[in-house]
Write a protein that binds this ligand. Sequence first.
Ligand code: GLN
Length: 191
Amino acid sequence: MAITIGVLAVQGAVREHLLALKVLGVKAVSVKKAEDLEGLDGLIIPGGESTAIGRLIREQGLEDRLHSFHKEGKAIFGTCAGLILCSTDKSHKTDDLRLGFIDMEVERNGFGRQVASFETSLNFEGIDQEVEAVFIRAPYIQSVGPDVKVLATFDGKIVAAEQDNVLVTAHHPELTEDYAVLNYFLDKIGK
Ligand code: GLN
């Protein structure tokens, strides 16, 4: 089955995801406005700056359409800033956008600010070999609700999880040539 994946293209690592999907032979399109979600099988919300991405989602009138896309059961993958946006994060103190797709609390910039960009390998539930993971001013997941499945931890902190049709990772799977996590996401759709 041929599938088409959208990459939310308002800010952040958009090009890198489009390139990675191309390498994997998957049709990928940029999503800038609500109509662009029509007919897609899944959506990636990339890393970048979660406050900026959230603001642009609101400005482009995308918020309601993202909620209906989620309710339709379409696959959604939030990486890094995208993870923050997918969370409920009830304790956050700003009016920054949280889409609430995964019942979890997050710690933004949880590994520290500038020094905390690093590369490591992770054991990832559902993937046989260790995955290469690049973290850039990444958040971690402080706690998850009962319906959330934890997929990976690093240094005792949760860094990947899924709930139904939504997958999140604190790292950037598009920035290495190890595409196992992207393939895991594509498998969720039934490639
Ligand atoms: N620190 C960023 C934020 O809070 C996320 C960083 C990233 O996506 N690489 O939005």
